[in-house]
Design a protein around this ligand. Structure first.
Ligand code: FE2
Length: 446
């Protein structure tokens, strides 16, 4: 499952509307705007769209996070009459007084898309989710369950109001939720010794010992986040809904993983159409405690910063076939390290059967592979090791047309853009100092 601080494509960012064009391949544009809470305000806006002949296909609302007396509206519209959007936005701003902010639509050629430079700027993503937690599709198991929908809204609200640096609010899970977790936990645990990779099996007992991973207890995100920080510096933050690929990947550059906190519907404990806490905690978390995997994940994030849209899609696909559905070699056998596999009882068995096609991880090919999202994958890619995957990723990232390199400074928790002599000198000094430590240590080992 992104917002900004000072500038994005030349626009000031204090306003609160965005257009997310790249996220949708079917010509649909999503946009958010906020309005003062008054009778007829929304009707005026809708009339504007109608007058310009733009068809709205989806609309949802929520209280504004920025201004208490405003409401935010998230809408999808058909992207057939895109030029008219300019007029509409201008009308929203000038005639109706809506606060308006554009993210990507007016991108000029060669403009580098905005990306967060400090870890605090990830807070802005909370305001840019593509769908809010309580909005369920008609075929979702919880669609007709008002209690479940209300519960989902509670979780979405926690994430929506969360800010970097705060402890992640503790949740008291219901007995029913704990039962659902217990079923998933018990079933998957029987498969891990034979199907999960070494790293997953190595970390899992530590999570049981330190983070409350038990059949009758749903662990708390805050406890896990603290644990991960001591292992690899990775941390969790709750997310209220779906983030764009660009925003989600940017989080990884800071070693931040956006995690859901709700659980799937109790009627189908072995199925979920979307990520839930079982997926995050049983699939993703163990691997983020592994230094090599953590670095690989961060490399994907760093490669995404300021990358053009087409490369974001490729990186998201690489993420899909590695972090979500990756297999790796262990001696002569294959094991699963992808979270989508490690959190699915059915697919974890299937992926190591003779049924799917298995291919070596070759990023030029993997990054353009099409894939289904609602059924088992017909093809999996095998990494020789996380180290090997990381090297391949670095090579792949070097082909991204970006006029600078970036590095993450863990002391300041900022992204440094290496596009000037001063930054390069700072980096050289840091490397020099580390080299000194290395040489000294080597001499002592002799
Ligand atoms: Fe996932």
């Amino acid at each position: 499952m992104d917002v900004q601080h000072c500038k994005m494509n030349g626009d000031p960012l204090q306003e609160s509307m965005y257009i997310e064009e790249h996220a949708n391949r079917s010509g649909v544009i999503s946009l958010i705007f906020s309005l003062k809470e008054e009778v007829g305000a929304l009707a005026k806006v809708l009339r504007t769209f109608e007058e310009k002949g733009i068809n709205l296909t989806h609309i949802e609302s929520r209280p504004s996070r920025l201004n208490k007396d405003e409401y935010e509206f998230f809408i999808n519209l058909e992207g057939k009459n895109v030029p008219a959007l300019d007029n509409i936005i201008s009308s929203l701003r000038n005639d109706i007084g809506a606060t308006v902010h554009e993210l990507s639509r007016t991108k000029k050629k060669d403009t580098v898309p905005w990306f967060p430079r400090s870890i605090q700027e990830l807070d802005r993503f909370a305001n840019q989710i593509l769908s809010y937690g309580a909005e369920l599709d008609a075929d979702h198991p919880g669609f007709k369950d008002p209690v479940y929908r209300a519960r989902r809204k509670e979780f979405a609200d926690i994430a929506y109001n969360y800010r970097h640096g705060q402890p992640i609010p503790e949740v008291t899970y219901t007995e029913e939720e704990k039962r659902t977790w217990g079923i998933v936990f018990r079933e998957l645990k029987t498969l891990y010794p034979t199907h999960a990779c070494y790293e997953h099996n190595h970390v899992f007992p530590l999570l049981e010992k330190y983070c409350g991973y038990q059949e009758d207890n749903i662990p708390q995100l805050e406890d896990i986040s603290k644990f991960l920080q001591t292992c690899t510096g990775f941390r969790l933050r709750p997310v209220a809904g779906l983030l764009s690929s660009r925003d989600f990947l940017a989080g990884l550059a800071f070693r931040v993983f956006h995690s859901t906190q709700y659980i799937r519907h109790a009627s189908k404990p072995m199925y979920t159409p979307e990520p839930d806490i079982c997926h995050e905690l049983l699939g993703h978390v163990p691997l983020f405690a592994d230094p090599s995997f953590a670095q690989f994940s961060q490399e994907i994030g760093l490669a995404s910063l300021g990358a053009p849209d087409e490369f974001i899609e490729k990186l998201a696909t690489v993420y899909w076939f590695t972090v979500e559905f990756g297999l790796c070699k262990e001696g002569d056998s294959l094991k699963a390290y992808g979270a989508g596999l490690l959190s699915s009882f059915g697919e974890l068995q299937y992926c190591l059967s003779s049924k799917p096609e298995i291919q070596p991880l070759v990023l030029e090919k993997t990054s353009v592979q099409k894939y289904p999202v609602t059924e088992f994958q017909p093809i999996y890619y095998v990494a020789e090791s996380f180290k090997d995957a990381k090297e391949k990723l670095r090579k792949f990232a070097s082909t991204i047309p970006r006029p600078f390199s970036v590095r993450y400074n863990p002391y300041t928790q900022r992204i440094e853009v290496l596009d000037n002599a001063k930054q390069l000198k700072n980096l050289a000094d840091t490397i020099n100092s580390e080299m000194g430590i290395l040489c000294n240590a080597l001499q002592k080992i002799k």
